[in-house]
Design a protein around this ligand. Structure first.
Ligand code: PLP
Length: 370
């Protein structure tokens, strides 16, 4: 659906920015005669692992598959509990149930909007195998505290980095703080394919091997399955596109931060609650999410002034029909439940021009003043 509103995200604009190089990369793949697990995927895995600062990256078909494969490679299975958050994309929780494990919900910290490490320990039982933390909106979760808790209780630590390519804690990239981290390259993400894609990252050589086997039918050698695998491969076309876009990711994260700084500067003295960044962190600003007590009328006002907005997400996972009432921890999520009715995502993507940013700001500043 095309409209004249300034959109919240704009994958087409990102294609146009890099069109010459992307078109050439696609042509190269077409003429390579190798369309699955060839040079492009190999190169992208090496390039992306280097960017995040982790030894291995394994390209897969989506962010959801990345989490499923990570859980399977870590041997998390039926009856095992994985503690995560309800305030996330449903994929985080769906992936846990796809391996027949049980998600458990931990509440979030109101500033980071990520898992509240203070509330985590009381949820741990002898069934708990892993903590699956989400760096939501591109703000890093409190990895130091989560690492300490995981170590103390001998739990696996997994990062869902689908919204956090380029986020850092004290100069270190998220995706490098855990046993295994999972990325999505869905078209609106900070690093995006033109279609589906994902990756699983780890420093563990044996785990990387298992991930490679499991993504392709459990083959250790061609046509011989040693494990019950699946088919979830990053294809050459998407890998070639990602190789182009990865070159510009760092600049695009900086542009996202520039836009966020301008929003911050212009909107500080309003009733709107702005996202904050913990000292020492670099926010990746996948989404710029404000909090407002007048969401419905603000959405309408923005629309009337040429600005689109969106809600990520209108319900916590524990509030959605498929999950309602049946997941441990769902009764005790006061911060999650207070936050959700107030959140609103403003336009945030690297191709937003300064003039567009000012249009968004003007629309917000004129709210309630007409
Ligand atoms: C997008 C997203 C996913 C799923 O990625 P897909 O590539 O769409 O499968 C998982 N977790 C989070 C937090 C996401 O934002």
């Amino acid at each position: 659906m095309k409209s004249n509103l300034i959109p919240v995200a704009n994958p087409h604009a990102n294609y146009l920015t890099h069109a010459t190089e992307i078109d050439a990369a696609i042509k190269t793949v077409l003429n390579s005669a190798r369309y699955i697990l060839g040079q492009q995927t190999q190169a992208f895995e090496a390039n992306f692992a280097t960017y995040i600062g982790v030894k291995h990256a394994v390209g897969v078909n989506s962010g959801t598959d990345a989490i499923v494969l990570a859980l399977r490679a870590l041997d998390i299975k039926a009856g095992d509990e994985v503690i995560t958050v309800s305030h996330t994309a449903v994929a985080t929780v769906a992936a846990i149930e796809l391996v027949n494990a049980r998600p458990v919900f931990c509440d979030i910290n109101p500033q980071t909007r990520c898992m509240d490490a203070e509330k985590l320990e009381s949820l741990i039982t002898d069934k708990t195998k892993a903590i699956l933390v989400v760096h939501l909106y591109g703000h890093p979760a409190d990895m130091q505290k989560l690492q300490a808790i995981a170590k103390k209780h001998q739990l696996l630590l997994i990062e869902d980095c689908a919204q956090a390519h380029g986020a850092k804690i004290n100069g270190q990239m998220v995706g490098s703080f855990s046993d295994v981290s999972c990325f999505s390259f869905y078209p609106t993400k900070n690093l995006s394919a033109i279609g589906d894609g994902g990756a699983v990252l780890t420093n563990n050589d044996a785990l990387a091997d298992r991930l490679r086997w499991l993504r392709e039918y459990g083959w250790k050698e061609r046509y011989i399955s040693y494990y019950q695998g699946m088919n979830t491969r990053l294809d050459e076309m998407q890998a070639a596109i990602l190789n182009v876009k990865l070159l510009y990711l760092e600049n695009e994260i900086l542009r996202r931060n520039e836009i966020a700084n301008r929003y911050q500067q212009a909107l500080t003295n309003t009733n709107i609650v702005l996202p904050s960044t913990k000292p020492g962190c670099r926010h990746a600003y996948h989404l710029y999410v404000i909090e407002t007590q007048n969401r419905q009328s603000l959405i309408q006002h923005l629309t009337q002034n040429g600005v689109a907005s969106a809600i990520h997400y209108p319900q916590g996972v524990h509030q959605q029909p498929a999950y309602f009432g049946r997941i441990r921890g769902c009764q005790n999520l006061p911060v999650t439940e207070a936050l959700i009715p107030t959140i609103l995502s403003l336009p945030m993507y690297p191709e937003l021009t300064n003039a567009m940013v000012e249009t968004v700001i003007k629309a917000l500043l004129s709210f309630g003043k007409q």
